[in-house]
Design a protein around this ligand. Sequence first.
Ligand SMILES: [Zn+2]
Length: 454
Amino acid sequence: MTADALASAVDRLMAQAREDLERLVAIPSVASEERVPVPAGREAAELVEGLYRDLGFDDIRLLDADDGSVVVLGRTVGPVGAPRVLLYAHYDVQPAGDEDAWSSDPWTLTERDGRWYARGAADCKGNLVMHLTALRALRDVEGGWPVSLTVVCEGSEEMSTGGLERLVAAQPDLFAADVIVVADTGNVEAGVPTVTTSLRGTGSVLVTVRTLSGPVHSGAFGGAAPDAMAALIRVLDTLRDDDGATTVGGVPTDGKWTGAAYPVERFRSDAGVLDGVDVIGGGTVADALWARPVATVLAIEGPAIKDVTASVQAEARAVVNLRVPAGVDAADAQQRLVEQLTAAAPWNARITVEPKTLGRPFAARTDGPAYAALAVAMEQAYGRPMVQTGQGGAIPLCVTLSEAHPDAEILLIGVEEPACRIHAPDESVSPDELRRTAVAEALLLRALSAGRGP
Ligand SMILES: [Zn+2]
């Protein structure tokens, strides 16, 4: 009965959800290192604050993080003994990139073929609207919220500058909760309710190879002169076996993913793998993405082709990004990567490998009452059982929150499914996914209130 009432309430609230999303995407709250603090960040933060305030959050404020971003933090107090639930999203977005590659203005919510297009429509303003819609529906049906709530919306997630993480580490009590809903992921495909239980850790290194005091003519010296570019290529080639699987000394490469499969044809389509080109990594796609390490060469630096001269290069550099699955110590794996690359330098070339970034992997608890309640709520909202997936990208906040509040259950859900094309031109959200995830979240919050099943 209440499930139907909540679903009907969400249906009625979809027009308002669209209006909220229109207002949110109209603010180009782009996070990028060249634009700190995010110029439109405060404007977006104030809009988020206003939306939550209108919903009934009197205790809400903006916190200045040390990376120049603004965090929205709001709280309500529920019935005595009710659990505290933290709802997370972020309002910053990726740049639009090449605006000519968009079919409509990235900063204007535009409906086409039943989807809503704009930068941030899914990642992560759509998820923010999911929270708002779920809370409105519960308030309309139940007259209030059955749990104590903390809402957090940050402004530098896409930049990974860690402003919110350091706030959590410095003032953990502000973010204390029994259950944390991190809404920055989504379903493996539209209509398949999904919880993300595993996030890869990440660590980047900068590789520099030096062989000569300066470039020399390739005709006069090439052949005997140690070629820094060739040395770098030899070094980087140690990262893959013949199947393209990453080999980093001693890091296990035989992991098996036990959650939902990722069909290879869907992966080919999602990743845009060209016809006739192999998918790599050994094992299944899901094994390669969520259960095994990978080292990706992100950039190689030597002369640009437009600046080419007939020279043996004296120095060459590369950035290598390592991703490790839950259960692998990211710092240890990064150290092994440093050692492997360093040892691989041919011809006694001078090589330095500097660790640059490090983020630990995350595995969610799946044995707690909130996880069980989420499974029931998702099945009610979607009419089919919830599946588990992993995600290749790190969400460092999950690690920070789980360290600050080890007993909290962290649930990763959201409106982002593959057709959303997050971070790419023509990002969009399916209003139907938004509707159903909002219903699921409303059912979850209701179920979490003491002594009541969904
Ligand atoms: Zn996001």
